[in-house]
Design a protein. Structure first.
Ligand code: ADP
Ligand code: ADP
Ligand code: ZN
Length: 214
């Protein structure tokens, strides 16, 4: 099963993608996590990506597409994968369609997790991220068991630099301009499904599973 998660920053794509990946034993591929790992490790890619991420801008397609195309051709992707945060532009979507086309494959579902902008700022302000294992929490709705400490790996959880309110507004406008058009793109491919992302986490997950198993 090959799934794309669509939705605004903070809509809950990552939260849902992790659960889907666990349930179906397929890899969760988050371009944001890949970039953050590169930043943490001080790679060239990380240095370049950081300049854009800190401003709430997208990392250029040239730095993003090849990375994902390589990743989805690795052995652990044979039974499928969940893409979280990719594609984010029409050229990225076209590159993905073309790469899969070359090997006679296509994506099965594009799941849009729909959350209005009003809810997003609150979600992002309360998000706490573990930069070691990629887990995310929310100080009110999905808290860590011990304050400030990741349940999964015991590292510290932090407010991401780009989750501060100034940058969140920028990311939202970038989303509407560059990423939202993908909803039409995948609707035209006939694989778009929408879920109400304002519901509780478990209810959103149940709705997604109902779509995938229909
Ligand atoms: P969120 O989960 O809040 O939407 P991500 O972790 O997916 O955030 O992405 C964080 C940042 O990484 C983005 O704001 C952007 O700068 C960069 N990024 C992630 N994925 C992509 C992509 N597919 N194309 C361009 N930039 C990306
Ligand atoms: P995205 O990957 O789309 O940027 P995340 O999965 O990181 O979004 O979720 C953004 C924030 O909202 C996190 O703090 C997460 O814990 C929280 N969150 C995710 N889903 C829900 C939900 N259904 N209800 C309330 N908060 C949620
Ligand atoms: Zn962790």
């Amino acid at each position: 099963m090959k799934i794309i998660m669509l939705g605004a920053p903070g809509a809950g794509k990552g939260t849902q993608a992790k659960q889907i990946a666990d349930k179906y034993s397929i890899p969760h591929i988050s371009t944001g996590d890949i970039f953050r790992a590169n930043i943490k490790n001080g790679t060239e890619l990380g240095k370049k990506a950081k300049q854009f991420m800190d401003q709430g801008l997208l990392v250029p397609d040239e730095l993003t597409c090849d990375l994902v195309m390589d990743r989805i051709q690795q052995d652990d992707c044979v039974n499928g994968f969940v893409l979280d945060g990719f594609p984010r532009t029409i050229p990225q979507a076209e590159a993905l369609t073309a790469a899969l086309d070359n090997i006679n494959q296509k994506m099965d579902f594009a799941v849009d997790v729909d959350v209005p902008d009003e809810n997003i700022v609150n979600r992002m302000g309360g998000r706490r991220a573990c930069l070691s294992c990629g887990a995310t929490y929310h100080i009110v709705s999905i808290p860590t068991k011990v304050e400030g400490i990741c349940d999964r790996c015991g590292s510290e959880v932090v407010l991401r630099e780009d989750d501060k309110p100034e940058t969140v507004q920028k990311r939202l406008s970038v989303y509407h301009e560059q990423t939202q058009p993908l909803i039409d793109y995948y609707n035209n491919q006939g694989i778009l499904k929408s879920v109400d992302g304002t519901q509780a986490m478990d209810k959103v997950f149940a709705d997604i599973i109902a779509i995938l198993e229909k």
